[in-house]
Design a protein around this ligand. Structure first.
Ligand code: SF4
Length: 320
């Protein structure tokens, strides 16, 4: 039996919705096949009433084993560092988090708000939000840079806005079955198995990207979204086009640019007008280009690509 305690900070519940959509394995499979016991989850109807506080105290004091503490949402420190009062838990959530993180065997941050601070931590950050161990790309999160759980692990970060459903359930299963030791974390503490490749890996528009065949309209099946609509697929670490959402699609497959939501800088440019869904350029060359490519080489490459593009590079391959 693996006890999972799922708590929420400053959150929209998007990661809970994502979790409930998981398919391999499903949330029900976790319970039926992998011995996961959900001690508490704010949306799953395990209503403990006043007993919630009692249970949380028993978890914090080690009388109930917390194998996995899952946190969704940012750590809210406002007002003035005191933390937001949680009416269910009868205490600011950050106080529970500090106590429970000491007794948990593993701590898993789900979604951008819990990993990096996310949208709540956007300037001027009135909620004084932080991620669990990071604030943006720096280790300036609530639990501190040196935090490790009882098993010696730092916070395991599963970012995304929301995180992909199967990333969540597969990491919970990996912990429950002891296979987490085979999964390396990257320098941002993300499981490499999901975050070593780019969103562009597996995108159906790669051939359009290669020949600089663009689209400036959402929802089109042809054309790459990088040149006009600000797609961040070439610069974003995620497996969204390898492990499809609902096993069917992804943003870029549906004609929606990748917004880079698994990276700590999300939301990029603090969502300033004119920065979303629009490629930022300097003298016609995108400001941000695939990592490892120089701007000079990129400019040459795209001129050649455009000049040599065959007619079919502008066609809709899926029209039959
Ligand atoms: S749509 Fe985005 S992810 Fe797909 S090929 Fe173009 S830039 Fe890459």
């Amino acid at each position: 039996m693996t006890n999972v305690l799922w708590l929420q900070g400053g959150a929209c519940s998007g990661n809970t919705m994502s979790f409930l959509n998981a398919e391999e394995p499903t949330a029900c499979d976790l319970i039926a096949d992998f011995g996961i016991n959900i001690l508490w989850h704010p949306s799953l109807g395990i209503q403990l009433g006043d007993n919630l506080q009692d249970m949380l105290w028993r978890c914090a004091l080690g009388r109930i084993t917390v194998d996995i503490l899952v946190f969704e949402g940012s750590v809210v420190n406002a007002p003035n560092g005191t933390g937001e009062w949680n009416r269910f838990a009868n205490r600011p959530m950050k106080d529970w988090l500090r106590d429970l993180s000491k007794s948990a065997k593993y701590v898993v941050a789900i979604g951008d708000c819990a990993t990096w601070g996310g949208i709540p931590a956007m300037s001027p950050n009135p909620s004084e939000s932080q991620g669990l161990q990071f604030l943006k790309r720096d280790k300036g999160g609530f639990l501190g840079p040196d935090y490790v759980s009882k098993t010696g692990y730092p916070v395991i970060n599963i970012p995304g806005c929301p995180a992909h459903p199967d990333w969540i359930t597969q990491i919970l299963v990996a912990i429950a079955t002891g296979r987490i030791k085979d999964i390396a974390l990257d320098d941002l503490q993300r499981p490499q198995t999901f975050f070593s490749t780019y969103t562009q890996t597996g995108c159906t528009r790669n051939i359009h990207f290669a020949y600089k065949a663009t689209t400036a309209e959402f929802g089109q099946r042809k054309g790459c979204l990088f040149y006009d609509l600000g797609c961040r697929g070439p610069m974003t670490h995620s497996s969204c086009n390898r492990i499809l959402w609902n096993r069917v699609s992804s943003k870029t497959r549906a004609g929606m640019p990748c917004l880079g939501c698994t990276e700590p800088e999300f939301p990029f440019y603090d969502l300033q007008p004119g920065t979303v869904f629009k490629t930022q350029t300097i003298m016609g060359v995108p400001k941000e280009i695939p990592p490892g490519v120089s701007h000079k080489d990129y400019a040459v490459l795209t001129v050649v690509a455009k000049d040599t593009a065959p007619k079919w590079a502008d066609e809709d391959f899926f029209l039959v």
